[in-house]
Write a protein that binds this ligand. Sequence first.
Ligand code: GUN
Ligand code: ZN
Length: 428
Amino acid sequence: MIIYRARIFDTPTNPFTGGELRADADVALVVDDGLIADRTDFATARSAHPDAEVVDLREGVLIPGLVDTHVHYPQVRAIGYLGKPLLEWLDRCALPEESKLGDEAYARALATEFLRGLTAAGTTSAMVFGSHFATAMDALFTEAAEVGLRITSGLVTSDRNLPEALLTTVERSVAESQDLIDRWHGLGRLRFAVTPRFSYSASQELLAAGGQLVVDNPGIWVTSHLNENRDEIAGVAALFPEALDYLDTYDRAGLLGRRTILAHNVHPSDRELTRMAETGAAAAHCPTSNSTLASGFFPLRRHIEHGVRVALGSDVGAGTGFCLLKEGVQSYFMQQLDPSGGVALTSAHLLHLATAAGAAALGLDAEVGDLSVGKRFDAVHIRPTAGEPLEVGNRHATSDEDALAKIFAMGTPGDIARVWVDGEPIKG
Ligand code: GUN
Ligand code: ZN
């Protein structure tokens, strides 16, 4: 039993639907075997548990573990390639790098670097876009199990329009995926996701085989890309003349449901948004990636109006890093600048998108996403160095919302002192 005493910011109620930031200046979380057993004032917690260890985190702010709903494991070394739109960026930057993961030692090195990127940034749960190589997926799952993060990921599949080394067949993709499901899905905090790269690089048969895996393995997840770039969308329309639209290529294959997360959706039709809401598929909003690749402005307002669930993704390596604080402020920037009318986001919205909304998209909201009694202790201690602009700013902040806004505006992984998953320390 441990008592964590801290200033805590979280969003147990949704600011997009009338909820607000919960900000407690000095509160005690009683954590028993990873479970938040009580949340009360310190004196009450102390007298109830006089022998419990006390961890004093009052310097700085404690927030829930961050949730990244879209981040590519094989692209950790590809971050920061600027100047190209999606399809050229894939050809010149991402795909040559991803072809190297056929080498097991290379994949192991990347798995280490990738998971270190997540933990350093305070990400405790993630939907991880995997590799085209099954051996590289073993490297990721093996290392993720050791680190202890909540990782959902799967073998990436493509059978056309990519370099030869990254292509598979329907039969091989099913055999390799099923083997990975059997060995990793449900093991500790790990889960499997069927992951066609995008319809642009998949046949109808390959997508349908993914849908069959979902039928055969209840409880597994699905992730892919959707409506990111206008050339990509035109390409998908040409490849799937019978489909109503891009979303329909996944729908016909049985890939849409509440366990589906689709990245980007920068250029959706109203029909697609309506259908996403009907099926419960969530959108991963990746603002630095949308800026880097000039993909466009994510229509957050339209997603909300249609009732589509949205959460944040870093989209490393088109995104510029692992830090969801940066994704939050970039979303704020772009929503303000969107000529077609964005949403005026507050710091409470940003925290919600980076924590509780991600937990909900990943079906983990009964366990994590905020720091309420009954949740698991996944938490991030933000403690900027004394005298640094963020620390000075927080000392002089005019309100809790203002302090949180400064964390999003200025916070970096360097300001994250400690991170816990399920009560276990994974950083600091
Ligand atoms: N669409 C297909 N593959 C990718 C990828 O690796 N990154 C992004 N941003 N979009 C994609
Ligand atoms: Zn992506």
